[in-house]
Design a protein around this ligand. Sequence first.
Ligand SMILES: C[S@@+](CC[C@H](N)C(=O)[O-])C[C@H]1O[C@@H](n2cnc3c(N)ncnc32)[C@H](O)[C@@H]1O
Length: 238
Amino acid sequence: MGRLSRAGLRRAEVPGAFDVGAAAYDKLVGANPGYHDHLRISARRMRIADGGRGLRLLDAGCGTGASTAALLEAAPHAEIVAVDASAGMLEQARAKSWPDSVRFVHSPIEDFADTGKFDGILAAYLLRNLADPDAQLRRFAALLRPGATLAVHEYSVADSKSAQAIWTAVCWGIIIPAGLVKTRDTTLYRHLWRSVTSFDGAAALQRRMAAAGFTGVHSETMSGWQHGIVHTFLGEAQ
Ligand SMILES: C[S@@+](CC[C@H](N)C(=O)[O-])C[C@H]1O[C@@H](n2cnc3c(N)ncnc32)[C@H](O)[C@@H]1O
């Protein structure tokens, strides 16, 4: 089991921890009520026009493809580029069935570049795992066409004592024990707990997005136990 600081793993170690957890990832998130529905809600909140016809979308930190599937459902006609730094997570994603319009890229998001601009970016459970979220938000702004939407789908509990208590109870009562049973290693799941408890509150994350150049920044939460815990943060590139 790895050693963690108050903020979780060193961010350079995170993709490697996902390699370890990759084979169990889909089973674990499948047992989390609302996980897939909430990704679909965030993708719909991007309000992608005309089923994505003629549009290009980026799924940043696509993992095993759960967020890619949510984007595909919201925009079945779009071209989707899905990027992740974990070879193990991408192997799980690529083993699923996808239309030719979906392409997976193995790369740290920090190094990802593309010749064309994107008409929307979904970053689900990624931003809190990065060493420099502000720099990445600026890179996202540069990757988007003016007026295109960034949706950051994230856990954020710092603004609410009850959200913090529920998050800690769910992590230590369910997620960490389930991770131990499935992978014999709790590092990734303790990182999850700590990376969320040390991450921005909703107001601070909105300020980060605005400071990176996004306009119309706002957030909406989910229903279920994730109410006030999982949010979609939305903003438009200028
Ligand atoms: C919690 S998973 C979320 C996966 C997917 N978006 C979902 O909603 O199920 C976070 C993903 O971010 C990836 N990740 C973490 N740091 C990254 C980085 N610097 N560049 C690219 N991917 C990264 C991890 O490998 C992992 O697959």
